[in-house]
Write a protein that binds this ligand. Structure first.
Ligand SMILES: [Zn+2]
Ligand SMILES: [Zn+2]
Length: 363
């Protein structure tokens, strides 16, 4: 076996790269070298295959582990397994690298095909779609349903997803010989992926569908109702499994990630599970005491007793009238705002002065 490809180098990541780093790097490179972005560019197509091959191994933790072990063990360094002797001086290293009870080297081909043979694996799960939706304050507090529209890709209705223009002749793909898959080979093992040239269809059309540009997929708006859990706060997210993009290669549909932003309310505001509001009263009411009606976010009307001598800014608590979430209940706080008259007639001023004199207030 000749020196093998360095999958880490191909993806431009470090040997210790995290799954996330590998995924990110793969996506970036796959986009850059995808045949759609580089029509008739043979070297880009080759690079794309290499990237796909590297990713198919490194994205699978079990395969990656075995690949790492083989690199360390030197299977790719030219010496290979076959020059070593089981039961000899190096047998200890076999155990150390945990090759699953592989005895002797005759099984090497099987080992490789079992590790790298991904041909029968189902399609990849589609990428999740993210969406943000603004919800009314009360819906956030009480829960409810909100309609949202997301852009997803669907099979093109003009060509039925084939990518061929109406009446175009369709021939077997020369790149994959009509198989729809290509196998990236290294020595005795291979990685099977959808053919980049025909997008896994196995056939190419003489003329592409104009609506989808031969892609077979078009962007459409999908409307759905999203359930808002009671007690939702600004920035909360929900994940709707399988409600996002359909997979292009018959894998599971992707998830839809919805972020809620809460529209401010004119009367209510919120602090965690507590609801806050402000009620204006006049200075006579504050001084003499009064009763006010207060709305709750749950739609109730509560009569609140304001005692004589209530100071501006004082807060009253309506117990249990806040947000309910996971068995917990917040309160509603009513803050009192006292209005001071801006203009008094001469007569009213006189009355107020008399009052001030009576109680000994300077004026
Ligand atoms: Zn089409
Ligand atoms: Zn093909």
């Amino acid at each position: 076996m000749t020196g093998a490809k360095d999958y880490y180098k191909i993806l431009g990541v470090a040997d210790k790269a995290s799954e996330d780093e590998i995924k990110k790097s793969y996506r970036r490179l796959a986009k850059q070298y995808h045949p759609d972005a580089n029509p008739n560019d043979h070297s880009a197509a080759e690079r794309f295959k290499e990237i796909s091959e590297a990713y198919s191994v490194l994205s699978d933790s079990a395969q990656r582990k075995k690949y790492d072990n083989m690199r360390r063990f030197g299977a790719f360094s030219g010496g290979g397994f076959s020059t070593r002797s089981p039961g000899g001086g190096t047998s200890q290293r076999f155990e150390e690298f945990d090759f699953g009870g592989l005895s002797g080297f005759g099984g090497l081909g099987d080992l490789f095909s079992s590790i790298f043979g991904k041909g029968s694996k189902g399609g990849e799960t589609a990428e999740p779609i993210e969406s943000t939706v603004e919800i009314p304050f009360r819906t956030a507090v009480l829960g409810g349903k909100i309609p949202i529209t997301v852009a997803v890709e669907e099979a093109c209705p003009t060509c039925g997803g084939s990518g061929a223009a109406p009446g175009a002749s369709v021939d077997s793909c020369s790149e994959c010989k009509g198989r729809g898959t290509v196998t990236f080979g290294q020595g005795g093992f291979g990685v099977t992926r959808p053919c980049p040239a025909c997008r896994g269809r196995g056939r190419v059309a003489s003329e592409s569908c104009t609506r989808c540009g031969g892609d077979g997929w078009v962007k459409v708006s999908k409307r759905l109702l999203v359930t808002v859990p009671a007690g939702t706060d600004d920035g909360h997210k929900v994940r709707l499994k399988g409600q996002g993009q359909r997979s292009r290669d018959s894998g599971p549909a992707g998830d839809l990630l919805v972020t809620f932003t809460v529209k401010p309310d004119r009367f209510f505001s919120r602090d965690g599970l507590d609801i806050l509001c402000t009620i204006p009263i006049n200075f006579a009411q504050a001084t003499l005491g009064t009763k006010v009606k207060v709305r709750t976010v749950h739609g109730r009307r509560v009569v609140l007793n304001i005692p004589a001598g209530t100071q501006p800014g004082r807060k009253f608590r309506l117990k249990g009238q806040g947000v309910e979430k996971s068995g917990k209940k917040g309160d509603q706080y009513v803050q009192i705002e006292v209005g001071i008259p801006e203009k008094l007639s001469a007569e009213q001023q006189e009355l107020l002065k008399q009052f001030a004199d009576e109680v000994g207030l300077p004026h």
